[in-house]
Design a protein around this ligand. Structure first.
Ligand SMILES: [Fe+2]
Length: 196
């Protein structure tokens, strides 16, 4: 593989030169595996961890998968990336779901391993309104999200669902919201792993 940009189309070469100048070549070549890639890999290797999954009629089941356990399901080369992230396993019986929430500034991704989850994403437009979008996420889908993502996830299907969630940096809190007359209104803050 060549390191020259001479063979790239001019716009691509110019973009790469700009990125390299802005971020530095080392950062590009040493960038960590993304949360989406880790979630997809954990979903693809779900057989290594689905024995842990439980279903709780009272509320969703959640389980913090320690980095060593997550790494055991994946390529050893991903150990360092997993140590810098946080992995949660979730199960959802039909009808179970989250309130509208964010991730306390963490970005990440989740992958649906079994069943179907419905995601409602709500964005504050900044002028007192909101914009929403709905997605139906079937098994195999991976949903990346940024640090300001506000969503509600529900199992609207007829069968139990399982998903794996990767957060970077580690998730410590999530804020809950409702849609008010002047946009999103924060209704509370919940500590990770305690209230959900
Ligand atoms: Fe979430």
């Amino acid at each position: 593989m060549t390191s020259s940009t001479a063979t790239l189309p001019a716009p691509a070469a110019a973009l790469l030169a700009t990125i390299t100048a802005t971020r530095g070549a080392d950062e590009i070549t040493t960038r960590r595996t993304s949360a989406a890639a880790l979630a997809a890999a954990l979903a693809a290797n779900a057989a290594a961890w689905t024995d842990l999954v439980e279903y709780r009629p009272q509320s969703r089941w959640t389980h913090l998968l320690e980095p060593a356990a997550a790494a055991a399901a994946l390529d050893p080369a991903l150990h360092d990336d997993l140590a810098a992230a946080q992995v949660w396993l979730l199960s959802w019986l039909p009808g179970q779901g989250t309130p509208l929430h964010d991730h306390g500034g963490s970005a990440g991704a989740f992958a649906v391993v079994q069943g179907t989850l419905a995601e409602l994403t709500v964005t504050d437009t900044g002028d007192g309104g909101v914009r929403d979008a709905e997605a139906r996420l079937t098994a195999g889908r991976v949903r990346p999200f940024g640090p300001h993502h506000v969503h509600q996830v529900t199992n609207t299907g007829a069968h139990p669902a399982i998903s794996v969630h990767v957060y970077t940096p580690r998730l410590t809190v999530m804020n809950t919201y409702r849609i008010g007359t002047r946009g999103l209104l924060r209704t509370g803050t919940e500590r990770a792993g305690v209230d959900w």
